[in-house]
Design a protein around this ligand. Structure first.
Ligand code: SF4
Ligand code: SF4
Length: 423
């Protein structure tokens, strides 16, 4: 039973010819430097587990948890070995055999009970000053006392006093004949960065679109999946399907790279393969799902309608956009903004080190990976770093603030909306 999930990937596992080409591209290997954490090493461990030479013990769990699911190894593998899916299958097998970790049980419970999650976010927002102190010379917050799962040095943004989903009606009517866009908001935008959602609404309104923001949408489920909690992942995916399908949409828009990654890769490949009854529906969703930068470009957004003061920015590629080839679109949109100069940083497409729940379990390694990114941003000399993923925003801000940088981190949509509406 525990091994069933791994057996499904036997063919893919055999495709690994142990060439090691993936090692040079793995951000975790680059700072840990031990073979087992590389893609090749993890594949070897899973093969050993399948042949009975290795048990699914605590050490195996530790190695399998050391993966950002960044997909870099998959992109670089000439044999198309899907290491991210193999790691996820191993985490599922480990969770089934050993039980999910306390953190992932708690996460799964909160994600399935959205009212509790919202209530918890409101409490943190209300009692923020008791939990956090403002960091001098920056806008970030630091914990006043250590809490489980949270690195003491970490800088936090504020939790929104009012979640984005509570701010707008479900349907914002647009002009006749213009596209109907279902907006999948995602937890980070909803609770932490509602300004991204506000920018999305303004931009889509300016294009005459009808905007549908389903009230019954849920977390995409990525945090549950990354802990091997397939039952929660499936439940959330099915609830989202129901919420998104009930509206006749031309597009389903995400402005979070990870939510988009869930729709495009994880729903069809992790769930669709296993539950054929759902596969068609996942396929239909992934055909309609677009990243905001893709969509705005397709709809002909022209940020040059406005004017902004001269500013230099740099752009960080989120892994879950880069791996889908969404690299050109945000840059092209940003380059059309008058007064904005895009300065490319070194290794703009390297991972920021967040990796969803990876940063919870391995904060030290996560920040070591981030050090390289922070250094690249600082040496680009710009005051603003732009990206297309709220998760990356959290991690980039933390790294920059710890490094004493005053550089701001903003979402592509915020920059575009500001140029149009002079905020
Ligand atoms: S996963 Fe791909 S790149 Fe890595 S060792 Fe195997 S075949 Fe080579
Ligand atoms: S998905 Fe990323 S972190 Fe995980 S093994 Fe591959 S390259 Fe390394």
């Amino acid at each position: 039973m525990d091994m069933d999930t791994l057996k499904r990937l036997e063919k893919e596992l055999k495709n690994c010819v142990k060439c090691g080409a993936c090692r040079a591209h793995c951000p975790v290997f680059s700072v840990v430097g031990r073979e087992p954490v590389s893609a090749r090493g993890k594949i070897a461990l899973v093969r050993a587990a399948l042949s009975g030479q290795l048990s699914l013990d605590a050490r195996t769990r530790d190695v399998m948890s050391k993966c950002l699911l960044c997909g870099r190894c998959v992109e670089k593998c000439a044999n198309d070995v899907p290491t991210d899916l193999i790691v996820l299958a191993a985490r599922e097998a480990l969770a089934r055999k050993r039980g999910a970790t306390f953190f992932h049980r708690l996460t799964g419970f909160l994600l399935r009970n959205r009212a509790l999650l919202s209530g918890g976010a409101t409490l943190v927002s209300l009692f923020g000053p008791l939990l956090f102190r403002k960091v001098p010379a920056s806008s970030g917050l630091r914990l006043r006392f250590p809490l489980p799962f949270i690195g003491g040095q970490r800088h936090f943004p504020k939790i929104a006093a009012r979640p984005f989903l509570a701010r707008h009606p479900e349907i914002i009517q647009g002009e006749p004949g213009r596209p109907r866009i279902v907006y999948f908001v995602g937890c980070m935008t909803n609770f932490i960065y509602p300004e991204i959602g506000e920018a999305a609404v303004e931009l889509l309104k300016s294009l005459g679109c009808t905007i549908i923001i389903p009230k019954n949408q849920h977390c995409c489920g990525f945090p549950a999946l990354s802990g091997g909690d397939l039952d929660t992942f499936r439940e959330l995916a099915e609830r989202n399907l129901a919420a998104l399908e009930s509206h006749q949409a031309d597009y389903v828009m995400t402005a979070c790279a990870s939510c988009g990654g869930a729709f495009h890769r994880m729903y069809p490949l992790v769930l669709g393969e296993r539950y054929p009854a759902l596969a068609k529906r996942f396929q239909a969703l992934s055909e309609k799902a677009v990243d905001a930068s893709e969509l705005l470009q397709k709809l002909g957004l022209k940020p040059d309608q406005g004017a902004s003061p001269l500013q230099e920015i740099t752009y960080h590629d989120p892994c879950h956009l880069r791996s889908r080839g969404i690299v050109r679109q945000p840059r092209e949109l940003l380059r059309t903004v008058p007064g904005l100069r895009l300065v490319e940083m070194q290794n703009a497409d390297s991972c920021c080190g967040l990796g969803g729940t990876f940063t919870i379990h391995h904060y030290g390694t996560s920040m070591k990976i981030n050090t390289q990114k922070t250094a690249a941003i600082k040496s680009s000399g710009v005051e603003t770093v732009v990206t297309g993923c709220p998760g990356c925003m959290l991690q980039l801000s933390d790294g920059l603030q710890q490094a004493g940088s005053k550089a701001r981190v903003q979402h592509t949509l915020e920059i575009l909306a500001r140029s149009l509406f002079r905020r």
